[in-house]
Design a protein around this ligand. Structure first.
Ligand code: NAD
Length: 498
């Protein structure tokens, strides 16, 4: 899809934005109980764009109390499935009406190009909201095949109060993957956006209320991880915690659950995804260009970024030349410019982290073939050039740890067996790809890859109809598709002796 907005349209929308930074609790905007705020900085130019409520334990308590009250009163869960569907459809329609504004807000807040936020992010969120809005009156429960003198029903019930803690790389999108299925099943939701990117979550709460979602059913508590996030993890009255973010914080949520009420914890964490290019790659140029564009997509701040290019030694030079040429043409620039394909990294500290990995790659003996430096812009934001390493060993830090920037590590292999061994030699298991002309080879390899998504002759394809999540330390739950509903429901058996 191409962007329909011109630069002056975008700047016009930007100038008209009425940015809100308060929490949204029990159907209204409120300050943090402490009165504290924090500066919300745009990575585009390092300027403060809003003061945002710094919620902590007291605010999480308020939100949980409102969410529980709404749940117990049946304000949402006891509405007929058809009524819930109508409200959720209205929410989706309002979201659609405001997609230009939401895309600009997202780009300002976390630095991704408007050409992506307006053509990808908002459309995928809309699809997610619409798809789950249709679920409530289409799901049937079960009757067990018991004997003639019994009737046993197996019914799904909402789990209750759901906490959603999400990252900054796809702020609205990650939020929608949690809140749409959770609301569809009748739960109350408390969403904590990342401190780097709270603005679209706050706006979505306002739209949800306008659509008719009852007070207390959808709350947003912006704030920091170690305060608001931890308070949610430890809360005795949150029944389910759905998290997307780093493995390090994911592990904390498992501990928080153990220290509190054993809440169900579902994790979607990081990746170090292998993109395997075999010697019979069907269209070498297409695959090479995709290897470059996919590592630059969203500045490389993507959980499924193809950060390990596992390349057959027979085609390495020819392939890598195209990857380098393509990546060189992807120049970082102003995310609000419709021509920009590579925006700003989310914050200065994150850029330093990415740069420290680049330095580490060189120290450990990888060959820097492109980038590694900052572009010459006068924008003042947090930009870095596409960076490509060759001669990487899978034991090097840049092949093991998630960098979350436009940094590609190329590892050459001699055959399929080595490709699979290297691909699986990681603590992660989120995604993988294999490119080959040979269908049997593709099936054999994809069966051996330990990853939640495997792409054959493409990268990062999918939609709301298929589950998304990881093996190993990439997580335990699944977002999207009907499978996501399992996270937000309890199964109940009712046994009736006739
Ligand atoms: P992060 O783990 O630092 O933060 C994620 C969320 O957790 C934020 O809301 C943050 O405030 C909160 N948090 C941080 N510290 C906390 C603490 N001590 N207690 C409670 N909450 C805390 O991750 P990030 O830097 O925002 O996002 C990048 C990570 O997200 C990457 O690892 C990426 O791979 C992962 N991610 C995974 C998926 C997926 O679907 N698997 C999708 C997108 C991003």
């Amino acid at each position: 899809m191409t962007l329909q907005l011109s630069k002056s349209d975008i700047l016009g929308i930007r100038s008209r934005l009425a940015i809100k930074g308060q929490a949204f609790i029990d159907g209204r905007f409120v300050d943090a109980a402490s009165g504290e705020t924090f500066d919300n900085i745009s990575p585009r130019d390092g300027q403060v764009i809003a003061k945002v409520a710094a919620c902590d334990t007291a605010d999480v308590d308020r939100a949980v109390t409102a969410a529980r009250r709404a749940f117990e009163a049946g304000a949402w869960r006891d509405r007929s499935p058809k009524e819930r569907k109508k409200v959720l459809q209205r929410f989706a329609a309002l979201f659609e009406k405001h997609m230009d504004e939401l895309a600009v807000l997202e780009t300002l807040d976390m630095g991704k190009p408007i050409s992506e936020s307006r053509t990808i992010d908002v459309n995928v969120v809309l699809d997610t909201l619409q798809w789950y809005a249709e679920c409530p009156d289409k799901l049937y429960d079960e009757i067990a095949p018991t004997g003639p003198n019994q009737l046993a029903t197996i019914t799904r019930e909402p789990v209750g109060v759901v906490g959603a803690v999400v990252p900054w790389n796809f702020p609205m999108l990650m939020a929608s993957w949690k809140l749409a299925p959770a609301l569809a099943m009748g739960n109350s939701v408390i969403l904590k956006p990342a401190e780097q990117s709270p603005l679209t979550a706050i706006r979505m709460a306002e739209l949800a209320a306008e659509a008719g979602i009852p007070d207390g059913v959808f709350n947003v508590v912006p704030g920091f991880g170690p305060t608001a996030g931890k308070a949610m993890g430890l809360h005795m009255d949150i029944d389910c915690l759905a998290f997307t973010g780093s493995g390090e914080v994911g592990k904390l949520f498992l501990q928080y659950a153990g220290q509190s009420n054993m809440k169900r914890v579902f994790l979607e964490c990081g990746g170090k995804s292998p993109n395997i290019i075999l010697d019979d790659v069907p269209e070498l140029r297409v695959a090479a260009e995709r290897a470059a564009t996919a590592i630059c997509f969203n500045q490389g701040e993507v959980c499924v970024a193809p950060s390990r290019l596992i390349l057959s030694e027979r085609i390495q030079d020819q392939f890598l030349d195209i990857v380098v040429d393509t990546a060189r043409s992807i120049r970082p620039g102003d995310p609000l410019d419709p021509e920009t394909k590579l925006g700003a990294l989310v914050e200065d500290g994150h850029r330093s982290r990415v740069e420290s990995y680049i330095a580490k790659g060189q120290e450990e003996g990888a060959r820097l073939v492109l980038g590694g430096d900052r572009p010459d812009t006068n924008l003042g934001g947090y930009y870095v050039n596409p960076t490509i390493f060759a001669d990487v060993k899978n034991s090097m830090t840049i092949a093991r740890e998630e960098i979350f920037g436009p940094v590609l590590s190329t590892i050459t292999v001699k055959d399929d067996e080595e490709a699979v061994r290297v691909a699986n030699d990681t603590s992660y298991g989120l995604a993988a790809a294999v490119w080959t002309r040979d269908l049997s080879r593709a099936h054999r390899i994809s069966r051996k890859l330990r990853a939640g998504s495997v792409w054959v002759n493409c990268y990062d394809h999918g939609d709301v109809t298929v589950p998304f999540g990881g093996f190993k330390q990439s997580g335990n739950g699944r977002d999207k598709s009907l499978h996501a509903l399992d996270k937000y429901t309890e199964l109940k058996t009712t046994w009736i002796e006739l």
